[in-house]
Design a binder for this molecule. Structure first.
Ligand code: UD1
Length: 353
């Protein structure tokens, strides 16, 4: 069987690695890895391939950045030739980025079987580009691999046949489990003993100057309690420059490699973020997480985990931060199937269906 994996953006490299490994252990499987080039900087892409032990992509479509329409269309055009020539038996896509939805549309039109890893997540907020990508990809996929029960439930409500849905658990946690020892072994490298770790890149938080200024001001207040380490996404850096903002109380650093960032997460007093994956990683690590969003497509991190949604409410951020500093942290239970074996379960299903 000829299995294609399509990835393009940073949050999905840690999801493809365990599935590649799971399928490598099976007989009669040929795998082809396609990188769309949605993320292309060394620190947004190559370094993740190295640390996660992912082989160099067989094909790089090198689409680069662009508007949603341009990026999505360009991926479809460039991938069409590859899929038509190489005729995969199944194409696997990951997460909710533009590379995911572009591939789903293309495969549906070409009649190629499609599997969606990390299916069924919903924020119910259609202003998020990722929510559109999730809904479309799930409607078009033949095999839907969900991380948790809420995913199955969301798909059922959207009329997707249960026979296409497979609850496999959280594949991103597979990579975390594998590389956690390396992260724990990392030296402190001059980082402070207690600190808040911040990431920020959602368009709703960073593309509007008033919203971004408000968040940076409230993070500056966090510095009264704890130093703030802020590995900065290229989108956010560009916006800070464009809007003439000056976050000089925050310790800005370049985007970090996977293991270095994991090491910081394990040692952080609190993580403040608008990322999806980081809400899950902090729950696994039992590190408090304050999420700068009004909603989450990963509600299990709130119901069972360490995550608290603070939205754009500055007072709530302060109140929750002070609670954490007083040791009043949420008690978390590890969600089911966050066990490091989701990639193997996906490989099993791909081989037998
Ligand atoms: C994308 C995903 C988002 C994911 C995020 C993780 C979509 C719709 N969005 O958002 O779901 O959470 O990745 O990072 O797919 N840039 C660089 N170097 C790079 C990549 C991007 O400088 O390697 C800059 C470019 O100027 C680009 C901007 O960052 O325009 C945004 O990149 P883009 O891929 O469009 O969206 P993200 O914000 O990264």
């Amino acid at each position: 069987m000829n299995v294609f994996h399509i990835v393009g953006a940073r949050p999905n490299f840690m999801k493809v690695a365990p599935v590649l490994a799971g399928l490598r252990a099976r007989r009669n499987i040929t795998q082809t890895l396609v990188h769309t080039g949605q993320h292309y900087d060394v620190n947004m892409s190559d370094v993740f391939f190295q640390q996660l032990g992912i082989p160099a992509p067989d094909i790089n479509l090198a689409v680069g950045s662009g508007s949603h329409a341009k990026q999505t269309a360009e991926i479809m055009v460039r991938l069409e030739q590859v899929v038509t020539d190489r005729k995969p038996d199944i194409v696997l896509v990951y997460g909710d980025v533009n590379s995911t939805v572009a591939t789903a549309l293309l495969c549906a039109k070409l009649g190629v079987r499609l599997g969606h890893v990390e299916s069924g997540l919903r924020s119910f907020d259609r202003t998020m580009p990722e929510e559109i990508n999730r809904i479309i990809t799930d409607q078009l996929a033949d095999l839907l691999f969900t991380p948790s029960e809420d995913g199955d439930e969301n798909l059922r409500k959207e009329g997707i046949e249960p026979a296409r849905v497979f609850r496999v658990g959280n594949v991103m946690i597979d990579s975390l489990v594998r590389l956690l020892p390396a992260a724990r072994n990392m030296k402190r490298n001059g980082w402070p003993k207690h600190f808040a770790l911040v990431t920020l890149h959602r368009p709703s938080n960073v593309d509007d100057s008033a919203a971004l200024r408000g968040i940076l001001d409230s993070l500056a207040e966090v510095v009264d309690e704890l130093p703030v380490i802020f590995p900065i996404h290229p989108r956010t850096r560009q916006r800070i420059l464009k809007f003439g903002l000056n976050p000089d109380r925050l310790h800005l650093v370049e985007p970090l490699p996977y293991v270095e960032f994991l090491a910081l997460q394990t040692r952080a007093t609190v993580v403040i973020t608008d990322s999806g994956g980081i809400q899950e990683e902090t729950t696994y690590l039992d590190v408090p997480c304050l999420t700068l969003r009004e909603n989450t497509e990963r509600p299990i991190t709130v119901s069972m985990g360490t995550n608290v949604l603070v939205g754009s409410d500055r007072n709530k951020l302060q109140t929750e931060l002070l609670k954490i500093l007083r040791g009043e942290t949420k008690k978390r239970t590890l969600p089911p199937l966050w066990d490091g074996h989701a990639g193997e379960r996906i490989a099993d299903i791909v081989c037998r269906t």
